[in-house]
Design a protein around this ligand. Structure first.
Ligand code: 13P
Length: 251
């Protein structure tokens, strides 16, 4: 099985976590050391914790990722962090264009594509997020919106690269609501078609993660759905026990 065919279970801590929270990441790593899993596991903490988390998790099965990066490698861009800086701090992945970035920080498909190029330049594996709002779903526009986001946010440079796409319906994030398995399979199938069409082999094999209210209790069914190549987990990744429950459900 190639790296890209293994499921990827990634935790997005969002703007949560202080130094004391490193204990949760360490608990995940230690549990996986005692009982290894075949999936890939990553935690994406706030930028302040990337370096110390990478240190704590060194030699473990758990990779560390960023939640965003700027397009330029360095320079006079106060407050921004480059992909190169994330890599230097110990990250090997980066979440890009999360719906909260799109919603609160004006990110677009164009800026997402630029950031994907920046991530690749720095040797990071991008996790590109897409997903419709509740209004868009109610209007029957889910596939149209997701297709536009995939086309606009996944540039041709991804051909030949290791990357992931995360389908996260905005209305499912932090709400406890999830689409039906059929709805997830429909969107993931559509994303696979688009990626395969535009990105050749890389597009055929990139894992398509599902995100939005994934918990230990629903993870098994979701992760077994067709074209679901992993999960991007918010709230339930903050506690080692919950995150481990999801990781174990992937097996
Ligand atoms: P929740 O798992 O808290 O719904 O968040 C999902 C998410 O946004 C992960 O990026």
């Amino acid at each position: 099985m190639t790296t890209s065919r293994r499921k990827l279970i990634a935790g997005n801590w969002k703007m949560n976590g202080l130094k004391a929270s490193l204990a949760e990441a360490l608990a995940v790593a230690e549990a996986l050391e005692r009982q290894p899993c075949t999936e890939r596991v990553a935690i994406c903490p706030p930028a302040t914790l990337i370096a110390p988390m990478a240190q704590v998790l060194q030699g473990s099965q758990v990779q560390v990722g960023g939640q965003n990066c700027y397009t330029q490698p360095m320079g006079a861009f106060t407050g921004e962090i480059s992909a190169e800086m994330l890599a230097d701090a110990g990250a090997s992945l980066v979440i890009l264009a999360h719906s909260e970035r799109r919603q609160f920080f004006g990110e677009t498909d164009e800026s997402a594509a630029e950031k994907v190029r920046a991530a690749l330049r720095a040797g990071l594996e991008p996790i590109v997020c897409v997903g419709e709002t509740l209004d868009e779903r109610r209007a029957g526009r889910t596939l149209e919106i997701v297709a536009r986001q995939v086309r606009g946010s996944c540039p041709p440079e991804l051909r030949g690269c290791v990357f992931a796409v995360a389908y996260e319906p905005v209305w499912a994030i932090g709400t406890g609501l999830t689409p039906t398995l059929e709805e997830i399979e429909q969107v993931h199938g559509a994303i696979r078609g688009l990626l395969a069409e535009s990105l050749a082999e890389a597009g055929r094999t990139a894992p398509i993660l599902y995100g939005g209210s994934v918990k230990p209790s629903n993870a098994r069914d979701i992760l077994a759905a067709s074209e679901v190549g992993g999960a991007l987990v918010g709230g339930a990744s903050l506690k080692a026990d919950d995150f481990l429950g999801i990781i174990r459900a992937a097996a």
